[in-house]
Design a protein around this ligand. Structure first.
Ligand SMILES: [Mg+2]
Ligand SMILES: [Zn+2]
Length: 235
């Protein structure tokens, strides 16, 4: 993958450097968190304690997500996939945001802590290139669901993220890119600290406030497009 800054062909934006977008999936592109929805539907024994530990950051996301899915039998694969496709709504304005990125030659990456078997089908209608979608993998060969981690933390991240957003973001150097993160929750905390600008919802808004990170709360992707058009400064 080439990550060198483009020159010449870049359409003008009002950002100081060429922007690149890193967008969370669960609870950001989709209206709610699909892993939480799956666990609330199937309620495997012991799952609540694991969720509490992830939210309170006493258990790493990788360990917690792995443990939760290991509570579910592999035979549920198709049922879970259908459940997510039928129940996960896409946040309004997502197609418009993708169109904005295309129009301005701005790279758009999905950086998801979600799992491939529901992330890819839900994104299918939007035509995002596969190599612009980062998420976790899954293995249904054993009796229980095993999550795989093709994009685990690099040597500079000791957060045990699972899908390591900061490892992806770091490939785009701050000198060359204006790094914009869009997200809502705990899987976005580490990436938010690296980004030049954060579009935040929910827990991520609170975290950005707490840490004093530059952030713009949003509700729909239409809000984000409006801010991007004005270099992040729209009021
Ligand atoms: Mg999320
Ligand atoms: Zn990491």
């Amino acid at each position: 993958m080439s990550v060198s800054a483009q020159s010449g062909a870049q359409s003008e934006t009002l950002f100081p450097r060429p922007p690149v977008l890193f967008c969370d999936f669960d609870g950001t592109i989709t209206l709610s968190d699909n892993i939480v929805a799956i666990m609330q539907k199937y309620k495997p024994k012991g799952v609540e304690a694991i969720i509490d530990e992830i939210v309170s950051e006493t258990k790493s996301i990788r360990q917690g997500v792995g443990e939760m899915f290991a509570l579910l039998p592999s035979s549920l694969k198709e049922e879970i996939r259908s459940f997510v496709i039928e129940t996960a709504g896409i946040r309004p304005g997502f197609a418009e945001l993708l169109a904005w990125c295309k129009e301005h030659d701005v790279p758009f990456y999905v950086t998801s802590g979600g799992i491939d078997f529901f992330v890819y089908p839900l994104l299918e209608p939007f035509g995002i290139p596969a190599d612009h979608i980062y998420c976790n993998g899954s293995d249904f060969e054993g009796e229980r669901i095993r999550i795989t981690w093709p994009h685990a933390c690099d040597e500079k991240c000791d957060n045990d993220c699972g899908m390591c957003k900061v490892s992806v973001i770091r490939r785009f150097t701050r000198d060359d890119y204006y790094r914009i993160l869009i997200g809502d929750s705990v899987t976005d905390f580490a990436g938010a600290k690296l980004a030049d600008l954060v579009f935040s919802r929910s827990h991520l808004t609170n975290k950005c406030r707490e840490l004093g990170l530059p952030h713009i709360p949003f509700e729909t992707f239409h809000d984000i497009v409006r801010h991007l058009d004005q270099g992040g400064m729209a009021r």
